[in-house]
Write a protein that binds this ligand. Structure first.
Ligand SMILES: Cc1cc2nc3c(=O)[nH]c(=O)nc-3n(C[C@H](O)[C@H](O)[C@H](O)COP(=O)(O)OP(=O)(O)OC[C@H]3O[C@@H](n4cnc5c(N)ncnc54)[C@H](O)[C@@H]3O)c2cc1C
Length: 635
């Protein structure tokens, strides 16, 4: 296979407001939403492993070999994690926290003493200075025990003050705020509003510059701010005065660090949810809150970029928690599958139950592989492009964790549905399946819902094509520019497209065990099929492709499963190198790959054979009330 994809240069800051996407047929709301998110996109020249997969290119060296990381850190990290595990067992009662909706002060103090509020914060700013991998291991550990404690710590450091300041903060901001948050002062992140969920362009919270320009006055209301009722510091996203682009005002979103005790900051109410009952989530109101200009994070108008970039690495804490949940499900399945006897044998020996146990084991293994592979990329190069990998870890990990929870609920039967308190009262072992399920349902919704993750993945997957051919298809660009772009695109595709039909190429790294190499070659072949399928859909639907969300979703899912197989093989190779027996590791790899390859095949088939349009039409009829008669007979 050829080694280079010639891409046009990424947009310069001056050009980044001119999207390559044709927005001429969009309504104002759609156009505004897209303009804001397009302007906030990160852009990298060096494509990641997954970005290459979508282009049919095979770059295993981006994942392999999976190393141990820094040896000195590992010694320190192992001790920290052992202390943390001991603290969780001794002091953190997940059931009590769930029932009372409160994390006791002594638990927070104990976590602060361990350094849990600044796991990744550099030591020079008072944190533990650990890597992304160690942070993820800590998240997994905590979430396997108590989702509330996990959410509290992860929101604080993944999206609260530490992560955005580490990425975008000025030296003065780092020195002022990082020691406070690393020491245990709680922080929160306020983006969502009643009208702003997945679409930040509609944000109404405003930050108006003061007359002398030294500060801003913040006014508005933020919804569902986790940690918000206990936070000392907040990251708040607000609209600042619009910028003129091509003579038209363009929404600007800016991120600020706000002292929660500032006059005018008010907790309007505390929100209550199905799970995460101690998440200290609330509605926050800001009335003429004075925020110094020096508290802007990342520059005026770059707030969404700060939020989206923060979420790339920040978002890895949620799949880390998903691994904790999947492993806990596996532990319960192993114990209960052996001791619960029905129809004369342990239930784990009934094929229908064994199928679920197998599914949990294989996916817990693959989830860990994906996250390890991605965390290691971050640890090697903090500026590396992991947008696709991180989004896939989040999308795939949270959906597969939910599948595992559904399986363990079924395996536990009626006891799965029973609360821990009730199980304890009857003298039974209180496995927390009911609590785990309530707490974890939200993970496919917050920090980027699954639907938004699929769109995000496909936007990034399409980026090389948009950079090559987007201008040619964009009716808003001058014809000369379009013609030039069309000629360049023709040259590129004449070279690229035939290569997507090659049945050879895509060798595994030389040091890979032949058994694993076989799977990697399958991934390489299917990545070319994925690339040409995506290309065919682009040709078929043109600019309308972005509306085919179900179709794009299938392609995103194929990409995620291919990444999962590749990561599983790379992880397996590391385990073999560490001395794990082949037979044991291959049992898991074989089972996972069999399941993932079946899903991939089904998704490929669904691209050509589906009832997507029919289904969409039915949904529109339902919304229009044409099938309201089906609702007859309910209260
Ligand atoms: C427990 C909890 C804690 C939270 N903590 C915080 C926090 O700390 N800070 C904060 O700022 N926010 C927080 N949120 C808000 C959270 O991030 C949002 O709920 C999330 O962004 C989704 O927004 P929404 O709920 O308004 O859904 P909506 O945006 O209204 O979406 C509703 C549905 O439509 C789908 N959808 C929306 N747009 C599209 C599209 N273009 N294409 C296809 N499907 C689409 C969504 O995926 C979803 O399924 C929290 C929410 C909860 C429940």
């Amino acid at each position: 296979m050829s080694t280079a994809i010639e891409l046009p240069p990424r947009p310069t800051p001056a050009d980044e407001n001119k999207s390559v996407i044709d927005m001429s047929k969009m309504n104002e709301g759609q156009r505004a939403a897209l303009q804001v998110t397009e302007a906030a996109r990160e852009s990298h020249d060096d494509l990641s492993f997954v970005a290459h997969l979508f282009m049919g290119r095979w770059r295993p060296e981006k994942l392999h070999p999976l190393t141990d990381g820094d040896a000195a850190e590992k010694v320190r990290a192992d001790k920290f994690l052992a202390d943390l595990a001991a603290f969780l067992r001794a002091k953190v009662d997940g059931d009590l926290i769930d029932r009372t909706g409160e994390i006791p002060d002594d638990v927070m103090a104990g976590l602060a003493k361990l350094g849990c509020y600044g796991i990744k914060v550099p030591q020079q700013y008072g944190g533990l200075g650990f890597s992304q991998t160690t942070y993820c291991r800590a998240c997994q550990l905590i979430a396997s025990h108590c989702a509330n404690t996990f959410a509290h710590l992860s929101i604080h450091q993944s999206v609260g003050v530490p992560q955005p300041l580490m990425l975008f903060g000025t030296e003065e901001q780092k020195q002022n705020f990082l020691p406070r948050v690393a020491g245990g002062e709680v922080s929160a992140f306020a983006l969502t509003e009643a009208g702003v969920g997945s679409d930040p362009a509609r944000m109404t919270t405003k930050a108006t510059p003061t007359e002398d320009g030294s500060a801003f006055l913040l006014n508005g209301e933020k919804l569902w701010c986790s940690n918000g009722t206990r936070a000392g510091l907040l990251i708040v996203a607000a609209q600042t005065p619009p910028k003129l682009v091509d003579g038209k005002p363009r929404t600007q979103i800016t991120a600020f660090v706000v002292e929660a005790k500032s006059p005018g900051v008010e907790v309007v109410c505390r929100s209550q949810f199905m799970g995460h009952r101690a998440i200290y989530n609330g509605v926050l109101r800001f009335t003429n809150v004075r925020v110094p200009r020096a508290h802007i994070v990342g520059g005026e108008g770059r707030g969404l970029k700060v939020a989206l970039t923060t979420l790339n690495a920040g978002r890895l804490s949620i799949p880390a928690a998903s691994i904790g949940v999947a492993k806990r499900s596996l532990q319960i399945a192993r114990e209960w599958g052996k001791v619960r006897i029905q129809w004369g044998v342990p239930i784990g020996q009934h094929a229908a139950v064994a199928e679920k146990i197998r599914r949990i084991a294989a996916h817990a293994f693959a989830m860990e592989a994906m996250l390890l592979a991605t965390s290691r990329i971050v640890d090697r190069d903090k500026k590396a492009d992991i947008r696709l990998e991180a989004a896939m870890c989040k999308l795939w990990g949270t959906e597969k964790a939910w599948m595992c929870l559904d399986d363990i609920m079924q395996i536990r039967g009626g006891r799965g549905y029973e609360t821990e308190q009730s199980l304890t009262a009857r003298g039974e072992k209180p496995y927390p399946v009911e609590r785990l399920m309530r707490d974890n349902r939200v993970t496919t919704i917050f920090e980027g819902s699954s639907e938004i993750m699929r769109l995000f993945i496909m936007r990034e997957a399409l980026d090389p094509h948009l950079r090559i051919a987007g201008i040619a298809l964009n009716t808003e660009r001058p014809w000369r520019e379009r013609l030039g772009s069309a000629l360049r695109a023709a040259g590129f595709y004449a070279w690229w497209y035939p290569r997507q039909w090659l049945t050879f190429g895509g060798a595994a790294p030389a040091d890979m065990h032949p058994h694993l190499a076989g799977y990697l070659e399958k991934v390489a072949r299917r990545s070319r099929r994925l690339a040409r399928t995506l290309f065919h859909q682009m040709v078929r639907f043109g600019v309308q492709l972005e509306k085919r969300q179900v179709l794009l979703g299938r392609l995103a899912d194929i990409g995620a499963d291919l990444f999962a197989i590749a990561a599983a093989c790379v992880y397996a190779q590391k385990l073999l190198k560490d001395g794990e027996p082949e037979a044991k590791i291959f049992m898991l790899v074989d089972d996972f790959c069999a399941q993932a390859l079946i899903r991939i095949e089904q998704n490929f088939r669904g691209v050509g054979h589906n009832a997507d349009q029919h289904g969409y039409d039915l949904a529109q009829q339902v919304i229009a009330g044409e099938h309201q008669w089906i609702e007859r007979g309910i209260v």
